[in-house]
Design a protein around this ligand. Structure first.
Ligand SMILES: C[S@@+](CC[C@H](N)C(=O)[O-])C[C@H]1O[C@@H](n2cnc3c(N)ncnc32)[C@H](O)[C@@H]1O
Length: 606
């Protein structure tokens, strides 16, 4: 094994490291001090020590040497830290989280897994009867998963793959402190192309892949996804989050006979890019079970996404995948139970979320329980596939209206203006709902002339503008560029970059995110809307009275439980989720509505 060098770049000899007995733990002043502690716990004894870690450790050792004897505040002995690690705690991981903070950790999706969840994941793997020769943690962080697995399988090799050298070092230190150094390795690498050696027996892939959204994934990562997905024969979308990349990489790293259990955000169950994961589970990964933790219950202290645990056995082809919703992490148990949903049904289901049934009577999505669907129905993910489950005369909202998300400007500070703009002609200023509170304050109707802000909606071709206007708009665009508006992700993906294309005013606007049920507002103001609202566009012309009755019904009936409830009580309705809301059909609405005078409502402008 490599050891930390004792000569600093530049040839100085570092002072002695901090003596045992002078090590602060969670109260460490910064990450360098944490690296110093990890170093002294024997991080470098774990195989895979890299030049990047060597560099970090050398600097930390030098700094710790200079500060020796001057460290204020609370201290712990190295022995005490080692004891805590051996007792199953993760003091280095905790210190890392405290030092880097939630915002600093978001970039790499560094949210470490609570121990009870890890125990449930390990219990499932143990329950298969397969004894893993090796555990691989894709994105190992502080190595708490590897440590728990190392205790359960004392003979298994423990392999962490981690891209962040600081996290890798503390993971190594924890493995070393637990006495696992001789059978551990941490590879400082991108899991997608990590050089995993072949194993002498089954590998258990045990992990919590980083939750990083596609905006943060660069072109090389997206190219990798496209190529790797093509090799596996599964569909790839550039909108895939990093957890989808990790599922795909696992399918590539795994061999028949292996096992896997991963905890991720649950959105892949329903969104388009999730098809990649769903098809892998129906194919190469051999999906066994999917357990969703009730959205309102926080699983991670500092991440507000609904969590799902997926169990799989590569190389197997089960006839059904067990699917279950649990009320809280404590009820996960050994990840047993769940309703077996035939793979024939899963193959044709456009979304899997609606197929996850509660394991407790009081846990409900708020929608009619679809029950176990029959194979062969056209859309088992839709309540429409279960006639008789909706109350008589009711339909899904999506049968009456398309629900569209509002436009994203990429830089509201530039594109939204409170009044007339000195450089932009009035005809390019579109009144729009730009804050959810404008809808909430409006009540049932947003009246004509409502005091709304305006969105600058310039045409693609500016050459046709009269000379003076063209000069003024050009000046505005220079200011906008200087303010960074041309460089936002959104601006870079629209042509031309200044064209904020707003949807046509919908007859009903809805809020969709907040700590309450959405509000549905009749849009008499003819306002457009940004992405803080959804627009409801009738598929066929609906009389104004029917639209009034529809909005009123939605305001009366929709509950937060029908959306995705995130930790902390934040409720969100994606457009497709809103389309699944049960509503009275046109006849029922009309029965309580004013006589006709059709209000077709325009189609969305996008
Ligand atoms: C959600 S944390 C999970 C850590 C640990 N497995 C646990 O469950 O506590 C994900 C980890 O993946 C690492 N990571 C992010 N992108 C990575 C990549 N492309 N390759 C390898 N590791 C990565 C992060 O630095 C982070 O430590």
């Amino acid at each position: 094994m490599m050891r930390v060098t004792s000569v600093l770049p530049g040839g100085q000899i570092p002072a002695e490291p901090v003596a045992d007995g002078q090590i602060p733990d969670e109260h460490l002043p910064d990450e360098q001090a944490l690296v110093g502690v990890a170093n002294q716990l024997g991080a470098a004894c774990v195989a895979g020590w890299s030049p990047a870690e060597e560099d970090l450790a050398s600097r930390a050792a030098a700094r710790a040497g200079r500060a020796a004897g001057r460290q204020p505040g609370q201290t712990h002995t190295l022995a005490a830290i080692r004891d805590r690690i051996r007792a199953g705690q993760d003091p280095l991981g905790q210190a890392f989280c405290a030092l880097r903070g939630p915002a600093g950790r978001r970039v790499l999706g560094q949210t470490f897994t609570p121990p009870p969840i890890i125990e449930s994941m390990i219990a499932w793997a143990a329950g298969t009867g397969i004894r893993p020769a090796r555990i691989v943690d894709p994105g190992s962080g502080s190595a708490r998963m590897l440590l728990a697995a190392g205790r359960r399988w004392p003979q298994a090799l423990l392999v962490g793959v981690e891209i962040d050298p600081v996290a890798a070092i503390i993971g190594r230190a924890s493995l070393a402190a637990a006495g696992f150094a001789a059978r551990s390795a941490v590879l400082l690498a991108d899991y997608r192309c990590a050089p995993l050696p072949t194993a002498s027996g089954p590998t258990l892939f045990l992990g919590n892949p980083p939750y990083v959204r596609h905006h943060q994934i660069g072109a090389p990562g997206k190219d990798w996804l496209r190529r790797a997905a093509r090799d596996q024969g599964v569909p790839a979308s550039g909108l895939s989050g990093l957890h989808a990349h990790f599922f795909l990489a696992t399918a590539r790293h795994a061999a028949p006979g292996d096992l896997g259990v991963l905890i991720t955000a649950a959105e892949w169950l329903d969104v388009n890019y999730g098809r990649l994961i769903r098809e892998l589970l129906l194919g190469a990964l051999g999906g066994q079970a999917v357990h969703l933790v009730e959205p309102a219950v926080p699983v991670f202290a500092d991440a507000a996404a609904t969590s799902v645990i997926t169990c799989f056995r590569p190389g197997t082809a089960a006839e059904a995948i067990r699917m279950r919703r649990v009320a809280s992490p404590e009820r996960l148990g050994a990840l047993a139970g769940g309703t077996p949903v035939p793979t024939a049904v899963l193959r044709t289901a456009p979304r899997w979320g609606p197929l996850l049934r509660a394991d407790l009577p009081h846990v409900s999505s708020g929608l009619p329980d679809p029950g176990l669907p029959d194979p062969g129905r056209p859309d088992p993910g839709s309540a429409a596939a279960y006639p008789g489950r909706l109350p008589e005369g009711h339909v899904e909202l999506g049968e009456l209206c398309r629900v569209h998300r509002g436009q994203v400007t990429g830089a509201n500070a530039v594109w939204v203006t409170a009044g007339p703009h000195p450089l932009i002609p009035d005809r390019f200023l579109v009144p729009a709902v730009t804050r959810a509170r404008e809808l909430i304050a409006a009540g049932p109707v947003l009246p004509p002339g409502a005091p709304l802000r305006q969105v600058i909606s310039l045409p693609a071709d500016l050459d046709g503008l009269p000379g003076r206007e063209r000069a003024a708009v050009a000046r505005f665009l220079r200011h906008a560029t200087a303010a960074g508006a041309a460089d936002s992700y959104v601006a870079r993906h629209r042509t031309p970059w200044w064209r904020v294309r707003l949807g046509a005013p919908p007859p009903i606007l809805a809020s969709y995110m907040g700590r309450r049920a959405p509000v549905f507002v009749r849009n008499h103001a003819g306002a457009s809307y940004l992405n803080i609202a959804h627009g409801l566009y009738p598929r066929e012309p609906l009389a104004p009275g029917v639209l009034d009755a529809l909005a009123a019904f939605l305001n009366r009936s929709v509950t937060p439980g029908q959306g995705r409830v995130y930790a902390g009580g934040l409720v969100k309705f994606e457009p497709r989720e809103m389309e699944r809301l049960p509503v009275p059909g046109p006849a029922l609405l009309a029965a309580g509505a004013d006589p006709p005078g059709a209000d077709p409502g325009p189609r969305p402008g996008r």
